[in-house]
Each structure stands twice: as C-alpha cells, then as structure tokens.
Design a protein around this ligand. Sequence first.
Ligand code: FNR
Length: 186
Amino acid sequence: MTKIGILEGSLRKASLSRAVARSASALAPSGMDVTILPSTESLPHFNQDILDEGIPASVTELAAAISAVDALLIVTPEYNWSIPGALKNAIDWLSRLDPLPLSAKPVAIWTVSPGLLGGARVHESLRQTLHSQDMRIMAKPEIQIGGAKGKVDVEAGIVTHEDMATFLGKHLVAFDAFCKSWTGRS
Ligand code: FNR
C-alpha cells in the first residue's frame, strides 16, 4: 500500500484545485491510499520569534500527518507565476523542524488554473523549493490543468472532464511506481 498525502495550495472554499485534489482518491489505482493533509490555513505566518517560543500545534499536526504517509501530492494554483503564500509558508515552517518531515519523501505536483497554461510556471519554482528539502521529485509526466472551470465540479469535488480524469489516473499509476522505486515497497 502506498500512502499519499495531498497538500493543497488553495485555501478558498470554491477552489478549483481543491476540487481536483478531492477527486484524486477515486482516481487512484488499487494499492494506493490517498488522504488530504491538514489545511495550512491555521499555520501562523512564519516568524522565528514564534518558533523560539515553541513549535505551534498546527505545525506539529501537519508534520505528523506528513510523517504518516509515504509520499506527497501537491495540488495547487499558481500565484503570480509562483507558489501561493500559504503553501510556501507551510514549507518554510516544516523546514525548521528536526527531523525534516519532507526530507527524502517522493512528491508529485498537479497545478490547476482557469487560464490556458494551467499553472505551468509554478512547477519550476515549487521544484526549486522542494529540492531544498531534499525531496524526491517526479518531474514527468507533468500535470497542468488549464481551463479548469470547464473541467471540474467544485461542489461535488470531482473532475468532470473524462480525458483529464483518465490522464490523472494514469499519472497516479506512474507516481505509485515512482514512490515504490524510492521506498523499496512492492
Ligand atoms: C492568480 N491566478 C493566476 N493564474 C495563473 O494561471 N497564473 C498566475 O500567475 C496567477 N496569479 C494569481 C495571483 C493571485 C494572487 C490570485 C488570487 C490568482 C488566478 C488563479 O489561477 C485562479 O484564481 C484560481 O482559481 C485559483 O486557484 P483555486 O483557488 O481555484 O484553486
């Protein structure tokens, strides 16, 4: 069993990327367990002063949830060609813990946008940050869901575009193999 935890990049209720994230469990192959990690919403803005007084409970909770899974799937929009602040803030908090919760974890990235490029430009900035945590990044195949307003049902939390849903399912099969290549599990 490969346990995947999804880290969501959007906080908003009617989020397109959240709908895609919620669809992943149903699209996953047998032998893959997909859960949504705790929201990054309750994490304070990173400030060394807060850390000096003790690690916030919300950070500890997120780190524990990450430690309990084999790999991460980040499902996120692109903000101004880069990483949404709440997601970057979460990575910054996690990077201050010992041991590093993200270190050596396999990770894949799905980006979602109403625009045509599907958030293509956030992949590289996100990879750069994830490399700093020594994560095992699956660079290909890539997932960039453009024109997402016509491809998801936000209320139901599903991908309605059949070809896209099939492609996401295939991506999860590839990610499962990638995870096993790092974790040594069959
Ligand atoms: C955006 N949006 C956006 N879209 C994109 O494709 N490239 C970009 O660089 C940006 N930049 C950006 C900055 C900020 C601050 C906001 C709020 C939005 C649009 C974005 O893709 C759109 O609002 C999505 O619907 C946000 O994702 P969720 O919340 O629907 O998952």
